[in-house]
Design a protein around this ligand. Sequence first.
Ligand code: S3P
Length: 660
Amino acid sequence: MIRVRVPGDKSISHRAALIAPLASSPSVVRGLSDGVDVRTSVRAMRRLGAAVECEEEESGLTIRCAGGGLDVASAPRLDCGNSGTTARLLAGILAGSGVAAVLDGDASLRSRPMRRVIYPLQAMGARIEYDGEPGRLPVRLRGRATGTLRTLRHRGRVASAQVKSAVLLAGVLGRVRVEISEPSLSRDHTERMLAEMGVPLAFDPGRTGAGEVRFDPSGWEGALGGLRMTVPGDPSSAAFLIGASLLGGRTVRVADVAANPGRIGFLSVLEEMGAGVDRDPAPAEGGEPRETWTVHPPDDLRAFSIGGDLIPRVIDEIPLLAVLAARARGRSEIRDAAELRVKESDRLAVLARTLGKLGVAVEEKSDGLAIRGRRAGRLQGDVETRGDHRIAMAFGVLDAAGDADLRIDDRACADVSYPDFWDALEPFRDVPRPRSSPRTGRVIAVDGPAASGKSSTARRVARRLGFVHVNSGLLYRAITWWALDRGIAEDEPSIAARVPGLDVDLVPADDGFEVSVAGTRPGPGLESAEVTARVSAVSALPAVRDVVLDRLRRAGRRHEIVCEGRDIGTAVFPDAELKVFLVADVGERARRRLHQRAVPFTDDDMERETRRIEARDRLDRSRPLSPLRQASDAIEIDTTSMSQDDVVDAILELAASAFR
Ligand code: S3P
């Protein structure tokens, strides 16, 4: 039996991040999802002036909110990234609190429907305009005085927890009565959390079929109490590992998962497919039931048929169920699921196209799919994820355990909900990977002394290969920036004590990675003179090195990278597929440095710069911790009399033979 745990539930984590800061007393919530989406919610609340501290712990993120709500009358553009939950719930929070702001998101989020949430908020009197295409992000909320919203009775056409939550939050924060009914019950995490925080709501948590919730502020003194809870594991993440275990014919136990009835419809579908599911309840927390599940595979996976009220309760698991259907006996049917067309991608179209290309008989309908399982034969081909995390993970499951060999174009998109997914999938693989390394991508390590041209070379090599450029110096600078910001840059014991729990990571940006630290992206602040003066001392602290090493390796597990620094080939990625060590005469390095500054320089300047670089070389080579050293298997390139184009070409040639 394989035993696993999964990260904190994404839906509950979003709500904790967005609602706990609105309380009037302090909150502590542990075990939040550390995916990019939830971090986006935390960042947005901070930009709205909410007091939220965030710490990374073994069990996930911990947030501490001082309470007191939002502290701004208007905010600039709030970037909701890829996250529909962030955008839609924030729309309700802003409307209810009368704060003006612009909500925006990435290309996928900009293509998703917003009218379903904007329209009821407008009906309550919120002043909202579309800044771009009507019905889509970006939207502009114009503030208004609190207490001026109107009561609303909203009958939703689709079952959507995000719409229901937005209207509820607007009602609660604007202190007006709202009633929401939906054709089928969607997940009720917002209701449970608000009730836990003392808000008078009428809803039936045990109900299936149509759903209804009412908020009536009469007689309520209007303060949300603080929230204390640990977020249970994410059933939608668990579903992928359970799916892999079923395909591989293995039993799996998933401990401590959220068992909210609005989320676990897929368990009954797995039972229909012949799996045995044992559910072991644990005490509820924060109003959310939790369970440990043991799932036993059947001898033979059978087809299933789903539709109607069940759909909102399995909505995020349908990509996984579709790949299971591709290996099940018989014809599976998914109906009433047109909502899948407006998720992070048009999931019905992407599933139909991809399964079809793999040779599975699939029919695409306007609101569903019919899939005839292909029982025998290896499934081979390319998977275009469209940047959709659930598509990447569903086909990842098929690739790992379904006798398939798939090239998935974007594995990193799993980061929005399950950053360690690819590692978590390893134990479920039917055939062990040929390489023992747990990395999924290839790594090129570029080391060398100061001013040897590492950065520009590494960036260009990465661009030419379609790899991601990673500069270890960014992380050291970010930690130094944070220490300066917190006033502890000179206090080394204090840095060492706090850095292990620090929320610092590389986050994908347009060109490589940006670094985010304690919820902020310092950007150009990383290059400030203060940071430059302290970075060497801060990076010599072992606790700092440990954190940087961990983040770099994490990037290497998820992406194909060109990583540059001083100890990449020796300490960070001793198993890199290719290691190059760039050297150049010290005089030439001094000349390049001065040249870079683009101002005329004299012989004296040259002399001074040469001495500075020599001193830095001595320091780098002699420091006790990870000194600058050439790995025995690194290829040295002396760039003294080479143009940068030649250096890049030389590395590309080495890469071509290393990757053959
Ligand atoms: C979510 C609700 C669902 C779901 C999404 C998360 C939530 O979307 O698909 O992944 O946290 O409220 P809809 O509300 O649009 O159905």
